[in-house]
Write a protein that binds this ligand. Sequence first.
Ligand code: CTP
Length: 399
Amino acid sequence: MGNRVLLIVSGGIAAVKCPDLIRRLADRGIATRCVLTRGGAEFVTPLSLAALSGDKVYEDLFSLTDENDMGHIELSRDADLILVAPASADILAKMAGGLATDLATTALLATDKPVMVAPAMNVRMWDHAATRANIDTLKARGINVIGPEEGEMACGEFGFGRMSEPADIVRTVETFLNGSGRLSGRSALVTSGPTFEAIDPVRYVANRSSGKQGHAIASALSRLGADTVLVSGPTHLPDPPGVHVVHVESAADMMAACETALPRDIAVCAAAVSDWRAASPATIKLKKNGQDPEPLALTLNADILASLGNAGNRRPGLLIGFAAETDNVIAHAEAKLAAKGCDWIVANDVSAGTGTFGGDDNTVHLITPDGVDDWPAMSKVAVADKLAGRIADTLEDRP
Ligand code: CTP
C-alpha cells in the first residue's frame, strides 16, 4: 500500500498551490486526504481539492456527517504524516498553544503521527517575535518546518515568508516517508557558511559563502534520523528543523565547536572557512586619520577538516570534505582528499559565472575510493538529499 498524507490547508494565498501539491504527491504514489480550514476555503474550493485527492474534504468539526463518516480522532489514523501547507501564522500559533478551535487544530492535537508544516505569510508576520517563538516551540516538539523561502510575495513585499514550492515540499515529504530512520542512532556534524575574521571590533575579512549547501546537508541528515549538529558561520538562513545549531563567527570558534561536537559516525565539512585571519586584530576601532592604511598582516587558520581527519580514534567514521575550485576541479579536489585525510570529497566549481556561491543550484562531483561520480546540475537541496542517501547506503552495513 502506498503512503498517505493528511493535508491541512489553512488560510493564505499559497493555498492556491495545493491542487498542484496534491497532484505531485499523487505522481509519487502518495495519497492525500484534505482538511480545509475556514481561512483556507477563502482561497481554494473544497471541490477542487476533492477532485484532485479523490476523497471527501473535511471542514467542519461539528458537522454530523463528517463526524459519522470519520471522527476528528480517526482523521489521521491511516495517514503516515500530517502536512500543514500552507501553515498560516494563526495555525502555527494555535498549534504552539495547543488550541483545538476547529477541525484542523483538533486533528493536530489528537494525533500521534509525524507533523510537517510549510509556513506561508507576510515577511513581517514571519519575523514577528511571536511567530519566531511559536516556530521554536514547534521545532522543539519535533515538528518539521519546510521553508519558508525568500522572495517576492503576493503582497508585493520581499523577504522570507513565501511557501516552499510544491516540488520541494513533495521531495521533503517523500524523503521523510522513504528514508525516515535510515540514519537513526547515527551522529553527524556539519559545518556550513563562511567565517568572519575580525580586523577590529567593526570590520572583518569574510567570503561569499551563503551556507545553503551545508544547511541543506544538515537538514537531509536529520530527516534521515541522524542526531545532527550544525556548526554554522554567519548566514541569513533559518536554523534547519530538528538540527542542533551552534552559531559561530570565526574559524577558531568553528574549530572549538567542532571539537566539542565531534561525532562518532559522520562529519561533513561544507563551510568555507577563511584560510587566514588578521594576525593581530585591533581591540578598538582603527582610525583612518586621513592616511594610507597599514598593510593588513594575516596569519593562517587551523584546518578543521584536516584536524578531524587526524583525530586518531576520535576520527568520525565517515569524513567528507568539500573542495571549492575554479580550475582543474577534479585534480585539485583529489589532492585535497589525500592531504586532509578524508574519505570522500565533494568537488564543486565555484568560478565566476557558475552562480554556485550564493545560488540555489550546484554541480558537483563526488570523489570516493570507488572513483569520480559526476552528478548533473541540481538544486542544493537535491544535492544534499542525494549525498545523505549515499551516506545512509554506506553506513548500512557498518556497526
Ligand atoms: N576547510 C576546513 N578548515 C579550513 C579550510 C578548509 O575545514 N581552515 C575545509 C572546508 O570546509 C572544505 C575543505 O577543507 O571541506 C576544502 O576547503 P577549500 O576552501 O576548498 O580549500 P582549502 O583547504 O582552503 O585550500 P585552497 O583555499 O588553497 O583551495
